[in-house]
Write a protein that binds this ligand. Sequence first.
Ligand SMILES: NC(=O)c1ccc[n+]([C@@H]2O[C@H](COP(=O)([O-])OP(=O)(O)OC[C@H]3O[C@@H](n4cnc5c(N)ncnc54)[C@H](O)[C@@H]3O)[C@@H](O)[C@H]2O)c1
Length: 269
Amino acid sequence: MGRRQGPNTPGIAFVTGAARGLGNAVAVSFAKEGAKAVVIVDINDEETMELGKAAVEAHGAECLAIRADVTQEAEVASAVSEAVAKFGRIDYAANFAGIVGPPDSIVNLDVAKWRKTLEVNATGVMLCTKYEMIQMMKQDSLAVEDGRPPQRGAIVNCASVNSLLTMPGTGPYTASKHACYGITKTAALEGRSHGIRVNAVSPGFLLTKMAEESLMKDDVVDSRGMAMWQYFVSRQGRSASFDEIGDVVALMCTPKMSLVVGQNLFIDG
Ligand SMILES: NC(=O)c1ccc[n+]([C@@H]2O[C@H](COP(=O)([O-])OP(=O)(O)OC[C@H]3O[C@@H](n4cnc5c(N)ncnc54)[C@H](O)[C@@H]3O)[C@@H](O)[C@H]2O)c1
């Protein structure tokens, strides 16, 4: 008889930006892959947080929802502490909190919006990676395949195709996602001797609330916005579902991915 396939992610997952959208899909995928518990971290409203939590619980995992702003160091540190106080450890972390940034060209740059985009998408990822790694360095390893090195934790940061590519009118977002990949590569080198794997994923185009907002003019997705979306989807080949991102992130966290470190996996069809 062949060896029984166990759950792929039986430990504790910690996911930011997980009240809705891609972060929530990641949290649900961890639950589907057997996570004992999933911690969702977000600043979204109470109703969205509750919906996000219920989606995880529907797949049999315990879920703790924590309200925390990833740009605030004390809130990130406290979210990690609260998760560890309740579940003892963090085996998998996915940093998905993000904002789209202003659609303006560089000559029309609003410096406050630039700073805000960098604050959430770069500083937020840096702070979350920092406190997740501090926790993971203190833990014993998960069970790994015979002969493989320990895995004290795995972190996946959400970049974007804009971490490598760009288009006009995406200066702040593109810079923030290049930063996200830079943080990931450095964390990967600093983490590997501690048995911590850090990688990034770069989703293509998914019609989340964030994407919808980026297509809006005067609060509606008009024909210009729809045409832009259809162009993005045609470049991707087809539209994609959120779980196609979530499932990849959960799989990247399994110790079966032991030699996958510092990658930026494009998930764009
Ligand atoms: N949708 C796409 O096409 C696409 C493509 C590539 C990358 N991404 C990335 O995916 C990630 C998730 O985005 P989404 O498309 O699901 O958007 P979304 O707006 O549906 O979800 C983002 C979540 O992050 C939360 N968030 C924002 N700022 C936060 C903060 N300071 N602290 C804590 N939580 C905060 C929001 O409340 C929201 O729940 C982002 O990093 C985004 O850049 C999205």
